[in-house]
Design a protein around this ligand. Structure first.
Ligand code: SF4
Length: 446
C-alpha cells in the first residue's frame, strides 16, 4: 500500500469522544491526512471507542469483523482509539482474530502520525496508551465540520473514582485547560459562524486553572461576543457551586438547563457508588436550582440494580424522580466494568430480571412526567435554534432545540440551519415539542 493517507473515523460513546475525534482530525490533517465519509474509501479506519457499557465493547468487536469482511479484497488498516484502547491495552493487539494494526489511548493522539508510520515495522505492533498528568491538547484546535453546536473540552480525566466507572482508569487524572486558551478557541468558533457552545468535562465543576474556577470560566465564556447559547456537561452534585446558579440566572446566554447525574436515590447505595453526596443533599441542590431559576430544566442519569441495591432502596430513586420532576432521565442497568472498584469488590447480585423490572418502573414513571412538563409548554412562545433541515419522519420539517435542550419540530420556512427563530409551541409528546413558526428571526438568544 502507498503511504496511507485517507482516514475514516467512527466515534462511539460520550460527547467527550466526539470532541476527541475532532482533535484527532486536526492532528492528522496537519500531517496531510484527509477524511472520508465511509470505510470503503479509507486507507485507515479508526474506531474511537468507549468502555462505559458492555454493549459498547461488543459493538466495536462486531464492527471490526464487519469492516474486515467488507474490505476483504482491498484490506484496510484498523486502529483502536479511546477508552477501550486504555482499558484492554495490548490484549486488543494480541487478539489474532481482530487483526488490529495500532492502538492509541486518549492522551496519545499526538503520537498517531508516528504510530501509523510504524505499522508493518519489525517490532511489536505500534501502540501508545500512556496516561498523562498534563496533556490537555490546549495547543490543538479541533477540526469541526458543520453542526450548530461546538463541543469544547475544558478539562480531561477524573479524580472521583465512582466505583462503577472506568473513566479514571481510561482517561487518567483530572487536568484543566488554560481559560484564555478556551476563550480563544470559542472566539474562533464564533468567527466560523457557530453561536452555541457546550463546555465538556467529566466533572466540570472541578475545573480549576490557577485562580480560575468553573463559575469564573463560565463568566469569561459568557462575555465572548457572539456566543448566544452556552451549555455544559456534566457537573457533579457533590461540589456544585451555588454561585454558578446566580451567574446562570443573570446571564441571558447561559441556558437554563442542567444535566445533573443522580445515579441512585438511596444514600447507602450512593455511598457504595462513592458518589459522596446523600439523597437529601441532592434534593436540596435540586430545590436550590429551582428556587434560583424557576424555569430551569433538569435532566439526569440513573443506574438501577447496583450491587446490593434492595427493592426498597430502589423505591427511593422513584421518590426522588417524583420530587425533582426531571425533564429527562437517562437510565441504565448496572453491569460490571473491567478495572472498576465495583467489579473488584462487589458481587453483581441483583438478578437480571429484577434490574429489568426496575428499569421499566423508572421509565414508566419518568415518561408521564416528561410529557406533563412538555405539555406545560404548549401555547408558549420560545426561541429555537434550527439544527437540521428534515427530520427522521419528514423532509418538510425542521429539527430545532429550545433553551431547555428539548427537540422542537416545526414546518420548514425561509430560514436555515443555525438560525434562531421564534415559535409558538402547539403540541407535545414525552420527547419532543411541536411548534409553529412565528417567522421572526431573532438576534437575541432565548
Ligand atoms: S464523576 Fe464518577 S461517573 Fe463521572 S467520570 Fe468521574 S468517576 Fe466516572
Amino acid at each position: 500500500m502507498a503511504s496511507p493517507k485517507t482516514v475514516f473515523i467512527e466515534t462511539y460513546g460520550c460527547q467527550m469522544n466526539v470532541s476527541d475525534s475532532e482533535l484527532i482530525k486536526a492532528i492528522l490533517s496537519k500531517e496531510g491526512y484527509s477524511f472520508v465519509p465511509t470505510e470503503y474509501e479509507a486507507d485507515i479506519v479508526m474506531l474511537n471507542t468507549c468502555s462505559v457499557r458492555e454493549n459498547a465493547n461488543q459493538k466495536v468487536y462486531s464492527r471490526i469483523y464487519e469492516i474486515r469482511s467488507r474490505r476483504k479484497n482491498n484490506p484496510v488498516l484498523v486502529g483502536i482509539l479511546g477508552c477501550m484502547a486504555t482499558n484492554f491495552k495490548t490484549a486488543l493487539l494480541e487478539d489474532a482474530k481482530l487483526k488490529i494494526d495500532f492502538i492509541a489511548g486518549p492522551d496519545s493522539y499526538k503520537q498517531l502520525p508516528h504510530l501509523i508510520q510504524d505499522i508493518g515495522g519489525k517490532g511489536p505492533k505500534p501502540f501508545d496508551v500512556t496516561l498523562s498528568e498534563f496533556e490537555t491538547y490546549s495547543d490543538v484546535y479541533p477540526l469541526r465540520e458543520g453542526g450548530v453546536n461546538a463541543w469544547v473540552s475544558i478539562m480531561r480525566g477524573c479524580n472521583n473514582f465512582c466505583t462503577f466507572c472506568v473513566v479514571p482508569y481510561t482517561r487518567g487524572r483530572e487536568r484543566s485547560r488554560d481559560p484564555h486558551n478556551i476563550v480563544d478557541e470559542i472566539k474562533q468558533i464564533v468567527a466560523q459562524g457557530i453561536s452555541q457552545v457546550t463546555l465538556l468535562g467529566q466533572n466540570v465543576n472541578s475545573y480549576r486553572h490557577d485562580d480560575t474556577d468553573f463559575t469564573e470560566l463560565m463568566r469569561m465564556v459568557s462575555d465572548v461576543p457572539g456566543v448566544k447559547r452556552i451549555r455544559y456537561t456534566s457537573p457533579h452534585p457533590k461540589d456544585y457551586p451555588r454561585k454558578l446558579l446566580n451567574l446562570m440566572a443573570e446571564r441571558h446566554n447561559i441556558c437554563k438547563q442542567i444535566h445533573i447525574p443522580l445515579q441512585a436515590g438511596n444514600s447507602r447505595v450512593l455511598d457504595k457508588m462513592n458518589r459522596t453526596y446523600t439523597k437529601e443533599e441532592f434534593l436540596e441542590l435540586a430545590e436550590e436550582m429551582k428556587m434560583i431559576m424557576p424555569n430551569i430544566s433538569l435532566s439526569t442519569d440513573i443506574i438501577v440494580g447496583f450491587p446490593t441495591e434492595t427493592a426498597e432502596e430502589f423505591e427511593e430513586t422513584l421518590e426522588v424522580i417524583k420530587k425533582v420532576r426531571f425533564s429527562q432521565a437517562f437510565t441504565f442497568k448496572y453491569s460490571p466494568r473491567k478495572n472498576t472498584l465495583a467489579m473488584k469488590k462487589f458481587a453483581d447480585d441483583v438478578p437480571e430480571e429484577e434490574k429489568a423490572r426496575r428499569l421499566t418502573a423508572l421509565v414508566e414513571l419518568q415518561r408521564p412526567i416528561s410529557l406533563e412538563l412538555n405539555l406545560e409548554q404548549v401555547g408558549h412562545v420560545q426561541t429555537v435554534l434550527i439544527e437540521e433541515e428534515g427530520t427522521k419522519k419528514s423532509e418538510e420539517d425542521f429539527k430545532a432545540r429550545n433553551e431547555a435542550n428539548t427537540i422542537v419540530i416545526l414546518p420548514k420556512g425561509p430560514y436555515t440551519k443555525g438560525d434562531y427563530i421564534q415559535v409558538e409551541i402547539t403540541g407535545a409528546t414525552s420527547s419532543v415539542l411541536i411548534a409553529k413558526p412565528l417567522y421572526q428571526k431573532t438576534e437575541g438568544v432565548l
